[in-house]
Design a protein around this ligand. Structure first.
Ligand SMILES: Cc1cc2nc3c(=O)[nH]c(=O)nc-3n(C[C@H](O)[C@H](O)[C@H](O)COP(=O)(O)OP(=O)(O)OC[C@H]3O[C@@H](n4cnc5c(N)ncnc54)[C@H](O)[C@@H]3O)c2cc1C
Length: 320
């Protein structure tokens, strides 16, 4: 358990009134799939987009804001996150299916739920979302993809709110999707995503989703404390088409450990928290894997997992 940061009494006093839930000095580890990370000074769950807009517009400019989704692609460091952390909850969970196949989803809607809603409406194209744990805001930010599909294939547009509380709209061109990345401005919190599905056969859509679920549990440590793929597959020609996991495996890193942080045996591009790993253990292990791959193949793996927050001052260090 991390030491709680002493809260400067002035911070809460400086926050604007809200309709949503504002909590001070909140542990973030329970909100991240890795179950690591220190506290947030403030955790804010806005009631709706209007509440978020008013909060951001009135929040003093020196207070940083961090958005987190379902925490499935996050390594929150042990020193926690300064300022306000925003997480979108029930106020951003609506799914609206239009007659022409357009689907509006709140950014807090879980990917799996959206895939199921599309299936129930007889719309195909969203089946791949069955394989991605996370919410639609994080999926759009990361251009999440799996099993032959990615967000950019179905994306029509998005709404978001910037740090100054202004509402913005983004077209597919403005989203600037690339491999596991997008070009939404860093300060924008996406609030609603619009995607397109196409008329399809419900039974076939169901069957494909079941196939994806089965393939996932056969190849990934499902239910583990992990952040999914740690590194993006390298685009470096030296990789000659080899995926990150193949390079990690060939570099001899499968099963490596630092304390309770471990390179998964089942899928060696996944890091696992096998018990009480700290974020620093996981990050150090990841950096060690990068160094091994660099040393053996001269290829620089890039973190796909987003590492956020502060390093804890008492980080003692350790080696595999
Ligand atoms: C077991 C497992 C399997 C996985 N498999 C896949 C896979 O096959 N394919 C794949 O692409 N990913 C995979 N991932 C990674 C992860 O699920 C995706 O990246 C997912 O889209 C992240 O969504 P999230 O809501 O959890 O976002 P988070 O992890 O909470 O955040 C990810 C990033 O998005 C930003 N963000 C979150 N919400 C918003 C918002 N509303 N507005 C703006 N920015 C926002 C955050 O600031 C952060 O930078 C896997 C993860 C796990 C744990």
């Amino acid at each position: 358990m991390m030491a709680r940061r002493v809260q400067p009494p002035s911070l809460l006093d400086r926050l604007p009134p809200v309709r949503g839930k504002l909590q001070a000095d909140m542990e973030l580890a329970p909100l991240a799939w890795f179950r690591t990370g220190g506290p947030a000074d403030i955790l804010f769950e806005p009631a709706d987009a209007q509440d978020l807009m008013q909060f951001l517009a009135a929040l003093p400019g020196d207070i940083p804001v961090t958005i987190i989704g379902a925490g499935s692609n996050l390594l929150i460091r042990d020193g926690g996150i300064h300022g306000a952390v925003v997480q979108l909850g029930a106020g951003f969970s609506a799914i609206e299916i239009m007659a022409d196949g357009l689907i509006h989803a709140g950014a807090g809607v879980m990917d799996v739920k959206l895939a199921s809603a599309a299936r129930d409406a007889g719309l195909t194209g969203l089946e791949f979302l069955r394989g991605i744990p996370g919410a639609m805001g994080g999926a759009a930010r990361m251009n999440a993809g799996a099993f032959g599909g990615e967000i950019k294939d179905i994306f029509v547009g998005a709404e978001g709110i910037d740090r100054r509380g202004r509402k913005l709209e983004f077209s597919a061109a403005e989203a600037g999707f690339g491999y596991r990345r997008s070009a939404f401005p860093a300060d924008v919190i996406l609030t609603r995503i619009t995607v397109r599905g196409h008329p399809g056969d419900r039974a076939q859509i169901s069957a494909r989703m079941a196939e994806i679920a089965a393939e996932r549990s056969a190849s990934q440590p499902v239910g583990a404390r992990t952040g999914g793929s740690t590194f993006a597959n390298p685009l470096d020609p030296k990789a000659a088409g080899r995926k990150a996991w193949q390079l990690i495996d060939a570099a001899g890193c499968r099963g490596l450990r630092i304390g309770d942080a471990m390179v998964s045996e089942k899928h060696c591009n996944f890091l696992l928290n096998c018990g009480s790993a700290r974020a620093a253990d996981l990050e150090r292990l990841g950096e060690h894997v990068r160094a091994c791959v660099m040393q053996q193949f001269g290829i620089d793996l890039h973190w796909e997992i987003q590492r956020i927050g502060e390093t804890a001052p008492d980080d003692a260090g350790g080696r595999p």
